[in-house]
Design a protein. Structure first.
Length: 184
């Protein structure tokens, strides 16, 4: 029975292709089997110790869905990690979470940290339910990831600059020693 699967119908129509991405064992292949109406994708039993799924899919596969859907779907192996990596990741986060960014403008203080400051529009929206707490947590998580990536990029730039500076110093010292061997 396809209980809850109707949410996918707008994405799985003729001429459209969807890709299922997610961690190993979360049920991507099981969901695809339910959409196909048959057990075409191999799945394993849940682990007994923690009732979690097991990694099964080892390759990507394009599948045609039956009518009335008629779209295509790609089953993928489980992913260990999804991360943002584009140079404009902060702009992408702002665009994806524009609703949250707009709430920031309603805070009493322009430098609000959105934690416990009086008049924080984010805290008010979380309390009254107009901002979903899990959506806000996802926003914060992506912001932390973007900051971490930026820091890693900066560290790479610092290391590269140090390496180039070290080469220049070494070259200078060699030239100086050749020009004046008595100079310590």
């Amino acid at each position: 029975e396809m209980i809850g699967l109707e949410a996918f119908t707008e994405y799985l129509q003729k001429g459209k292709c969807a890709v299922f991405l997610g961690s190993s064992g979360v049920g991507k292949s099981s969901l695809i089997n339910a959409l196909l109406g048959e057990e075409r994708q191999m799945v394993k039993e849940l682990r007994e110790d923690d009732s979690r799924g097991r990694h099964t899919t080892t390759r990507r596969e394009l599948l045609l869905l039956p009518e009335p859907l008629g779209g295509m779907i790609v089953d993928t192996p489980g992913l260990r990690e999804l991360s943002i990596w584009d140079e404009g990741e902060k702009a992408g986060i702002k665009s994806a979470f524009q609703d949250i960014e707009e709430i920031f403008g309603n805070c009493r203080f322009h430098n609000c940290q959105h934690e416990s400051e009086p008049g924080c529009a984010v805290q008010i929206a979380l309390e009254d339910g107009s901002l979903d707490a899990s959506r806000y947590q996802n926003y914060l998580k992506l912001q932390r990831e973007a900051a971490h990536l930026e820091l890693r990029r900066d560290k790479k730039a610092v290391r590269q600059a140090q390496k180039e500076w070290g080469k220049k110093i070494s070259k200078f010292m060699k030239e100086r020693n050749r020009a004046n061997p008595k100079f310590p």
